[in-house]
Design a binder for this molecule. Structure first.
Ligand code: NAP
Length: 284
Protein backbone atom coordinates (compact mmCIF):
# COMPACT_ATOMS: atom_id res chain seq x y z
CA UNK A 1 0.00 0.00 0.00
CA UNK A 2 1.48 3.42 -0.90
CA UNK A 3 2.28 5.83 1.90
CA UNK A 4 -0.33 8.32 3.03
CA UNK A 5 0.43 11.89 2.01
CA UNK A 6 0.99 14.40 4.79
CA UNK A 7 -0.75 17.42 3.32
CA UNK A 8 1.19 20.51 4.39
CA UNK A 9 -1.19 22.85 2.58
CA UNK A 10 -4.25 21.52 4.42
CA UNK A 11 -2.50 21.56 7.81
CA UNK A 12 -1.18 25.02 7.10
CA UNK A 13 -4.70 26.28 6.32
CA UNK A 14 -5.97 24.79 9.58
CA UNK A 15 -3.21 26.33 11.72
CA UNK A 16 -3.56 29.70 9.94
CA UNK A 17 -7.30 29.72 10.73
CA UNK A 18 -6.41 29.13 14.40
CA UNK A 19 -3.80 31.90 14.22
CA UNK A 20 -6.39 34.32 12.79
CA UNK A 21 -8.80 33.45 15.63
CA UNK A 22 -6.10 34.00 18.25
CA UNK A 23 -5.10 37.29 16.60
CA UNK A 24 -8.75 38.44 16.66
CA UNK A 25 -9.05 37.48 20.35
CA UNK A 26 -5.93 39.53 21.09
CA UNK A 27 -7.24 42.48 19.08
CA UNK A 28 -10.44 42.35 21.13
CA UNK A 29 -8.22 42.85 24.20
CA UNK A 30 -6.50 45.82 22.57
CA UNK A 31 -3.38 44.01 21.33
CA UNK A 32 -2.88 43.63 17.58
CA UNK A 33 0.01 41.23 16.95
CA UNK A 34 2.73 43.13 15.09
CA UNK A 35 5.62 41.77 13.02
CA UNK A 36 8.48 43.94 11.76
CA UNK A 37 10.13 42.54 8.65
CA UNK A 38 13.47 44.04 7.64
CA UNK A 39 14.91 43.60 4.15
CA UNK A 40 18.36 44.97 3.37
CA UNK A 41 19.48 45.05 -0.26
CA UNK A 42 17.82 43.91 -3.47
CA UNK A 43 18.19 40.12 -3.55
CA UNK A 44 15.18 39.09 -5.73
CA UNK A 45 14.53 35.79 -3.88
CA UNK A 46 14.55 37.60 -0.52
CA UNK A 47 12.09 40.16 -1.89
CA UNK A 48 9.69 37.34 -2.83
CA UNK A 49 10.03 35.66 0.60
CA UNK A 50 9.40 38.95 2.36
CA UNK A 51 6.39 39.74 0.19
CA UNK A 52 4.87 36.33 0.98
CA UNK A 53 5.39 36.86 4.71
CA UNK A 54 3.80 40.31 4.66
CA UNK A 55 0.84 39.02 2.62
CA UNK A 56 0.30 36.11 5.03
CA UNK A 57 0.29 38.57 7.95
CA UNK A 58 -2.29 40.79 6.25
CA UNK A 59 -4.58 37.81 5.65
CA UNK A 60 -4.51 36.58 9.25
CA UNK A 61 -4.92 39.63 11.47
CA UNK A 62 -1.21 40.24 12.08
CA UNK A 63 -0.03 43.81 11.46
CA UNK A 64 3.19 43.76 9.47
CA UNK A 65 5.66 46.60 9.17
CA UNK A 66 7.98 46.14 6.20
CA UNK A 67 11.20 48.14 6.32
CA UNK A 68 13.42 48.01 3.25
CA UNK A 69 16.92 49.42 3.21
CA UNK A 70 19.55 49.97 0.59
CA UNK A 71 22.36 47.37 0.44
CA UNK A 72 24.78 50.05 1.67
CA UNK A 73 23.02 50.33 5.07
CA UNK A 74 25.67 50.37 7.82
CA UNK A 75 25.56 47.56 10.38
CA UNK A 76 25.41 50.14 13.20
CA UNK A 77 22.31 51.70 11.63
CA UNK A 78 20.59 48.34 11.39
CA UNK A 79 21.44 47.54 15.02
CA UNK A 80 20.05 50.93 16.07
CA UNK A 81 16.81 50.22 14.21
CA UNK A 82 16.48 46.80 15.86
CA UNK A 83 17.06 48.39 19.25
CA UNK A 84 14.20 50.78 18.65
CA UNK A 85 11.89 47.95 17.46
CA UNK A 86 12.87 45.98 20.60
CA UNK A 87 11.46 48.85 22.67
CA UNK A 88 8.30 49.33 20.55
CA UNK A 89 5.33 47.75 22.41
CA UNK A 90 3.30 47.48 19.16
CA UNK A 91 5.92 45.13 17.68
CA UNK A 92 5.88 41.55 18.98
CA UNK A 93 8.11 39.89 16.40
CA UNK A 94 11.19 41.05 14.49
CA UNK A 95 12.45 39.24 11.42
CA UNK A 96 15.57 40.21 9.50
CA UNK A 97 15.56 38.52 6.10
CA UNK A 98 18.75 36.58 5.36
CA UNK A 99 21.15 36.74 3.63
CA UNK A 100 22.42 40.19 4.59
CA UNK A 101 25.00 42.13 2.55
CA UNK A 102 28.52 40.90 3.25
CA UNK A 103 29.58 43.90 5.34
CA UNK A 104 26.91 43.09 7.97
CA UNK A 105 27.57 40.33 10.51
CA UNK A 106 24.37 38.23 10.52
CA UNK A 107 24.95 36.69 13.96
CA UNK A 108 25.47 40.13 15.53
CA UNK A 109 22.17 41.23 14.00
CA UNK A 110 20.28 38.13 15.16
CA UNK A 111 21.64 38.47 18.69
CA UNK A 112 20.51 42.12 18.78
CA UNK A 113 16.86 41.04 18.54
CA UNK A 114 15.13 40.81 21.92
CA UNK A 115 14.63 37.08 22.68
CA UNK A 116 10.91 37.63 23.33
CA UNK A 117 10.60 39.01 19.75
CA UNK A 118 12.93 36.50 18.03
CA UNK A 119 10.17 34.91 15.91
CA UNK A 120 12.72 33.13 13.68
CA UNK A 121 14.15 31.49 16.82
CA UNK A 122 17.70 31.82 15.46
CA UNK A 123 19.43 33.58 18.37
CA UNK A 124 21.81 31.76 20.69
CA UNK A 125 19.46 32.51 23.57
CA UNK A 126 16.45 31.00 21.74
CA UNK A 127 18.60 27.97 20.88
CA UNK A 128 19.55 27.73 24.56
CA UNK A 129 15.90 27.75 25.58
CA UNK A 130 15.28 24.87 23.20
CA UNK A 131 18.29 22.90 24.51
CA UNK A 132 17.16 23.47 28.09
CA UNK A 133 13.55 22.53 27.32
CA UNK A 134 12.34 25.98 28.39
CA UNK A 135 9.39 27.74 26.75
CA UNK A 136 10.45 30.04 23.93
CA UNK A 137 10.13 30.82 20.26
CA UNK A 138 11.12 27.86 18.08
CA UNK A 139 12.70 28.01 14.57
CA UNK A 140 9.79 27.95 12.11
CA UNK A 141 10.78 25.16 9.69
CA UNK A 142 11.53 22.39 12.23
CA UNK A 143 8.57 23.55 14.35
CA UNK A 144 6.39 23.12 11.27
CA UNK A 145 7.87 19.63 10.76
CA UNK A 146 6.84 18.73 14.31
CA UNK A 147 3.27 19.79 13.51
CA UNK A 148 3.34 17.67 10.34
CA UNK A 149 4.52 14.62 12.32
CA UNK A 150 1.87 15.25 15.01
CA UNK A 151 -0.80 15.40 12.30
CA UNK A 152 -0.16 11.74 11.41
CA UNK A 153 -1.22 10.69 14.92
CA UNK A 154 1.95 8.57 15.21
CA UNK A 155 3.18 9.05 18.79
CA UNK A 156 6.86 10.04 19.07
CA UNK A 157 7.43 8.66 22.55
CA UNK A 158 9.88 5.77 22.41
CA UNK A 159 10.25 5.98 18.63
CA UNK A 160 13.56 6.18 16.78
CA UNK A 161 13.90 9.39 14.76
CA UNK A 162 16.75 10.08 12.33
CA UNK A 163 17.49 13.62 11.17
CA UNK A 164 19.70 13.97 8.09
CA UNK A 165 21.37 17.39 8.20
CA UNK A 166 22.70 19.38 11.16
CA UNK A 167 22.32 23.06 10.25
CA UNK A 168 21.63 25.50 13.07
CA UNK A 169 18.34 26.52 11.47
CA UNK A 170 16.84 23.12 10.58
CA UNK A 171 18.72 19.91 11.48
CA UNK A 172 19.91 20.69 15.02
CA UNK A 173 16.70 22.31 16.30
CA UNK A 174 14.73 19.49 14.64
CA UNK A 175 16.73 16.88 16.56
CA UNK A 176 16.20 18.76 19.83
CA UNK A 177 12.44 19.06 19.28
CA UNK A 178 12.19 15.33 18.56
CA UNK A 179 14.25 14.59 21.68
CA UNK A 180 11.97 16.81 23.74
CA UNK A 181 9.01 14.82 22.38
CA UNK A 182 10.65 11.68 23.83
CA UNK A 183 11.94 10.16 20.60
CA UNK A 184 15.37 8.53 20.52
CA UNK A 185 17.27 10.68 18.06
CA UNK A 186 20.15 10.06 15.66
CA UNK A 187 21.63 12.93 13.63
CA UNK A 188 23.35 12.15 10.31
CA UNK A 189 25.46 14.60 8.28
CA UNK A 190 27.96 14.78 5.46
CA UNK A 191 30.54 12.74 7.39
CA UNK A 192 28.15 9.94 8.43
CA UNK A 193 29.61 6.69 7.07
CA UNK A 194 26.43 4.80 6.22
CA UNK A 195 23.24 6.85 6.48
CA UNK A 196 21.08 3.92 5.38
CA UNK A 197 22.27 1.88 8.37
CA UNK A 198 20.59 4.46 10.62
CA UNK A 199 17.51 5.29 8.53
CA UNK A 200 16.58 1.62 8.07
CA UNK A 201 15.99 1.48 11.85
CA UNK A 202 14.05 4.75 11.96
CA UNK A 203 10.34 5.16 12.63
CA UNK A 204 10.65 8.82 11.59
CA UNK A 205 13.13 10.32 9.12
CA UNK A 206 13.55 14.05 8.54
CA UNK A 207 15.71 14.85 5.52
CA UNK A 208 17.13 18.41 5.58
CA UNK A 209 20.15 18.40 3.28
CA UNK A 210 19.49 20.20 -0.01
CA UNK A 211 20.54 17.29 -2.23
CA UNK A 212 18.31 15.01 -4.32
CA UNK A 213 17.89 11.31 -3.49
CA UNK A 214 19.55 11.48 -0.09
CA UNK A 215 16.87 9.02 1.01
CA UNK A 216 15.90 6.15 -1.30
CA UNK A 217 13.45 3.26 -0.86
CA UNK A 218 16.16 0.77 0.22
CA UNK A 219 17.03 3.09 3.15
CA UNK A 220 13.51 3.19 4.64
CA UNK A 221 11.83 0.97 7.24
CA UNK A 222 8.35 -0.12 6.12
CA UNK A 223 5.67 2.17 7.57
CA UNK A 224 8.05 4.98 8.57
CA UNK A 225 7.05 8.66 8.67
CA UNK A 226 9.13 10.64 6.16
CA UNK A 227 9.46 14.43 6.32
CA UNK A 228 11.23 16.03 3.35
CA UNK A 229 12.57 19.52 4.07
CA UNK A 230 14.86 19.76 1.03
CA UNK A 231 14.26 22.12 -1.88
CA UNK A 232 16.01 21.10 -5.09
CA UNK A 233 15.42 21.03 -8.84
CA UNK A 234 15.42 17.85 -10.89
CA UNK A 235 17.01 17.50 -14.34
CA UNK A 236 13.86 19.03 -15.91
CA UNK A 237 13.97 22.03 -13.56
CA UNK A 238 11.02 20.72 -11.55
CA UNK A 239 10.93 21.35 -7.80
CA UNK A 240 11.80 18.28 -5.73
CA UNK A 241 12.98 17.38 -2.25
CA UNK A 242 15.80 15.31 -0.77
CA UNK A 243 13.72 12.12 -0.82
CA UNK A 244 13.20 9.87 -3.84
CA UNK A 245 9.44 10.35 -3.50
CA UNK A 246 8.35 7.83 -6.14
CA UNK A 247 10.41 5.03 -4.61
CA UNK A 248 10.01 5.86 -0.91
CA UNK A 249 6.22 6.23 -1.03
CA UNK A 250 6.02 2.51 -1.83
CA UNK A 251 7.69 1.64 1.50
CA UNK A 252 6.88 4.44 3.97
CA UNK A 253 3.67 4.80 5.96
CA UNK A 254 3.49 8.59 5.68
CA UNK A 255 5.35 11.07 3.48
CA UNK A 256 5.38 14.82 2.80
CA UNK A 257 5.33 15.84 -0.88
CA UNK A 258 7.55 18.56 -2.35
CA UNK A 259 6.00 21.01 -3.04
CA UNK A 260 3.02 21.04 -0.65
CA UNK A 261 4.63 19.51 2.44
CA UNK A 262 7.07 21.37 4.68
CA UNK A 263 7.16 24.52 2.51
CA UNK A 264 3.74 25.98 3.40
CA UNK A 265 4.34 25.33 7.11
CA UNK A 266 7.31 27.67 7.51
CA UNK A 267 5.44 30.97 7.09
CA UNK A 268 2.52 29.51 9.03
CA UNK A 269 4.76 28.90 12.04
CA UNK A 270 6.15 32.43 11.70
CA UNK A 271 2.58 33.76 12.07
CA UNK A 272 2.01 31.40 14.97
CA UNK A 273 5.22 32.53 16.69
CA UNK A 274 4.24 36.20 16.27
CA UNK A 275 0.85 35.57 17.87
CA UNK A 276 2.54 33.50 20.64
CA UNK A 277 4.88 36.43 21.32
CA UNK A 278 1.95 38.87 21.45
CA UNK A 279 -0.01 36.57 23.80
CA UNK A 280 2.96 36.39 26.16
CA UNK A 281 2.95 40.17 26.59
CA UNK A 282 -0.44 39.80 28.29
CA UNK A 283 0.91 37.12 30.64
CA UNK A 284 3.65 39.33 32.10
P1 NAP B 1 22.49 23.66 5.08
O1 NAP B 1 22.73 24.74 6.07
O2 NAP B 1 23.23 23.67 3.79
O3 NAP B 1 22.75 22.27 5.80
C1 NAP B 1 22.74 21.07 5.08
C2 NAP B 1 23.09 19.93 5.99
O4 NAP B 1 23.11 18.74 5.20
C3 NAP B 1 24.47 20.05 6.63
O5 NAP B 1 24.36 19.71 8.00
C4 NAP B 1 25.32 19.04 5.87
O6 NAP B 1 26.27 18.36 6.66
C5 NAP B 1 24.30 18.01 5.47
N1 NAP B 1 24.74 17.29 4.26
C6 NAP B 1 25.28 17.78 3.13
N2 NAP B 1 25.52 16.80 2.25
C7 NAP B 1 25.13 15.66 2.84
C8 NAP B 1 25.11 14.30 2.45
N3 NAP B 1 25.54 13.92 1.24
N4 NAP B 1 24.64 13.39 3.31
C9 NAP B 1 24.19 13.76 4.52
N5 NAP B 1 24.15 15.03 4.95
C10 NAP B 1 24.62 15.97 4.12
O7 NAP B 1 20.94 23.58 4.68
P2 NAP B 1 19.63 23.92 5.54
O8 NAP B 1 19.47 25.38 5.64
O9 NAP B 1 19.59 23.08 6.75
O10 NAP B 1 18.51 23.42 4.51
C11 NAP B 1 18.46 22.08 4.07
C12 NAP B 1 17.47 21.97 2.93
O11 NAP B 1 16.19 22.36 3.38
C13 NAP B 1 17.78 22.90 1.73
O12 NAP B 1 17.37 22.26 0.55
C14 NAP B 1 16.90 24.10 2.01
O13 NAP B 1 16.58 24.79 0.81
C15 NAP B 1 15.70 23.42 2.60
N6 NAP B 1 14.88 24.29 3.45
C16 NAP B 1 13.55 24.29 3.21
C17 NAP B 1 12.73 25.08 3.99
C18 NAP B 1 11.26 25.08 3.72
O14 NAP B 1 10.56 25.95 4.19
N7 NAP B 1 10.74 24.08 3.00
C19 NAP B 1 13.26 25.85 5.02
C20 NAP B 1 14.63 25.78 5.27
C21 NAP B 1 15.42 24.99 4.48
P3 NAP B 1 27.57 19.06 7.30
O15 NAP B 1 27.06 19.81 8.49
O16 NAP B 1 28.42 17.92 7.65
O17 NAP B 1 28.11 19.96 6.23
Amino acid sequence: MPAQTIDGLALSRQIRAEVAERAAALAARGVTPGLAVILVGDDPASAVYVRNKVKACQEHGVRSVLETYDATLAEAELLKRIDSLNRDPAIHGILVQMPLPRHINPQRVIEAIDTTKDVDGYSVRSAGELVAGLPGLRPCTPWGCMKLIESTGVPLKGKHAVVIGRSNTVGKPMALMLLQANATVTVCHSATADIGHHTRQADIVVAAVGRRNVLTADMVKPGAVIIDVGINRDEHGKLCGDVDYAGVQGVAGWITPVPGGVGPMTITMLLSNTVDAAERTLET
